[in-house]
Design a protein. Structure first.
Length: 91
C-alpha cells in the first residue's frame, strides 16, 4: 500500500470517528442544539462531518481503491436489507 492510499484511509478513519461523535451529540442534546464553542447547530455539524466522509470516499474512488459502480450496488444492497430488517422505510 502506498503512502497516499494509507494517508487517505487514515483520514477516512478519523472522519468516520468524527461522524460518530456528532451522532452522539445529536442524540444526547438534540439535532437543533448548538455546539458550546462554535454555536453551530449539531445537525449542521453532522452534515459537515458526513460531507468530509463523502469527500474521502470520492478520493478513494479517484485513487482506484473503491469502484463507484460497486459502491452504488453496495448502497442499494444495504437499502434492501434495511427495508427487511429495520423500520426506517415503514410508515
Amino acid at each position: 500500500m502506498n503512502n497516499k492510499i494509507q494517508e487517505t484511509l487514515d483520514i477516512l478513519q478519523e472522519e468516520c470517528a468524527e461522524v460518530i461523535v456528532e451522532i452522539s451529540k445529536c442524540r444526547r442534546f438534540g439535532l437543533e442544539s448548538h455546539h458550546y464553542r462554535t454555536d453551530i447547530p449539531h445537525s449542521q455539524m453532522l452534515m459537515n462531518e458526513i460531507g468530509d466522509v463523502l469527500a474521502m470516499v470520492e478520493i478513494l474512488i479517484d485513487q482506484g481503491i473503491v469502484d463507484a459502480s460497486a459502491l452504488d450496488q453496495a448502497k442499494q444492497n444495504k437499502k434492501e436489507k434495511l427495508r427487511t430488517w429495520s423500520n426506517i422505510f415503514k410508515e
